[in-house]
Design a protein around this ligand. Structure first.
Ligand code: ADP
Length: 348
């Protein structure tokens, strides 16, 4: 029980203050009975029957009271077994002779970002090691084979292939980490999507010819979108490149552009190897490859679709896939069209 009116007032003032913060706050008396809580604490479900439900948090408050100091603890917290687990930072401090305040900050998103960043760095180191050690081995082999022109030619070709792969990997890593920063990087402009798609086709023409894959397209002019044309071009290039790479010689790739409501839709369809249903979500993750050995053959980095996804999201759009193994795949990139009124609104 809170013994004095003064303590009650202190608790009420503290909670009022907490309402303006993102941090959840609970105030307990000497018996750990909850005197007051902020609405964020209510949302998080920290309190039940006027008690803080987590024994770890109760111990934290006891410790703060015993040591008369502020104590911080990071822990996982869930309201009940059906609720999502939150990663929280909790701090308990004496508020008065009698009262202890418990501040709980939801750090789930920050922790997830930190883990993503750490995984990314680990993956990069792993992916870079493979071509780097191949280059070093090939250079050694070249030194040994100096008297054999045939061998020299073979090793030099392999050396060139591996260094190209390394270059492509580094470029994609840089592109992806820039895009992931969230902002559109290049100049923001209104551009004709059809021309950008045509450019991306052009960039893949040599690859398609050398693989014996035909690209047919229907990309009408005058469909305008606003954003970073370079980024959308890169995304389109990746989608068309994949369609060609994961197809056999003699097959066709189709690229289409239409408008559906407020969105422009670019579709890239191939008759290639397709993607198993249970992997279709995962292919947009960084470094994910359905068949790492085939992907290695094609010089894949596992980053292309991740770049496409981020490019689409950064433009307020998305990318989806429809695919059946051995029949082929269709990737659809959707981004909002630019309306004339948008221009007028901007000018006002
Ligand atoms: P990669 O550089 O390995 O192609 P991506 O991120 O572009 O990396 O693609 C991830 C994986 O998705 C690929 O390794 C491949 O397994 C699969 N994939 C992507 N596009 C296609 C496609 N058009 N047909 C079949 N599989 C594809």
């Amino acid at each position: 029980m809170v013994s004095s009116q003064k303590a009650k007032r202190v608790a009420a003032d503290a909670v009022e203050f907490l309402e303006v913060l993102e941090t959840a706050g609970v105030i307990v008396d000497g018996d750990n009975q909850v005197v007051n809580q902020s609405s964020r604490a209510l949302e998080m479900g920290l309190v039940e029957y006027e008690k803080v439900i987590s024994t770890e948090l109760v111990e934290l408050m006891n410790e703060a009271r015993r040591t008369k100091s502020s104590i911080t603890l990071e822990l996982f917290f869930a309201k009940n077994f059906r609720s999502p687990k939150l990663y929280v930072s909790a701090r308990a401090t004496m508020l008065s002779e009698e009262l202890v305040i418990l501040l709980v900050e939801d750090r789930t998103e920050a922790k997830r970002l930190e883990e993503t960043r750490r995984d990314f760095v680990e993956n990069i180191s792993h992916e870079l090691k493979t071509p780097i050690s191949a280059i070093s081995l090939l250079a050694e082999a070249l030194q040994v084979a100096l008297d054999d022109p045939e061998q020299v030619k073979k090793f030099a070709n392999n050396l060139q292939r591996e260094s190209k792969r390394l270059g492509a990997l580094v470029t994609k890593i840089i592109q992806l980490s820039r895009i992931q920063a969230g902002d559109l990087q290049g100049e923001i402009e209104v551009f004709d999507l059809g021309s950008t798609v045509d450019e991306a086709i052009e960039l893949n023409q040599f690859l398609a010819d050398s693989k014996g894959v035909k690209i047919a397209s229907d990309t009408p002019a005058d469909i305008f979108v606003m954003g970073d044309a370079g980024l959308i071009s890169m995304a389109m290039k990746n989608l068309i490149e994949n369609a060609v790479l994961y197809s056999d010689s003699g097959s066709n790739v189709g690229v289409g552009l239409t408008v559906d409501g407020d969105f422009a839709e670019v579709t890239v369809t191939d008759q290639g190897i397709g993607i198993p249903l249970d992997q279709q979500e995962r292919i947009f993750e960084r470094f994910y490859r359905v068949d790492p050995s085939r992907s290695r053959e094609t010089g894949g980095t596992g980053l292309g679709l991740s770049i496409v996804k981020h490019a689409a999201n950064n433009h307020g759009g998305d990318v989806t896939v429809f695919s059946r193994p051995n029949l082929g795949s269709t990737f659809t990139l959707r981004i909002p069209t630019h309306q004339e009124e948008d221009n007028q609104k901007e000018m006002q």
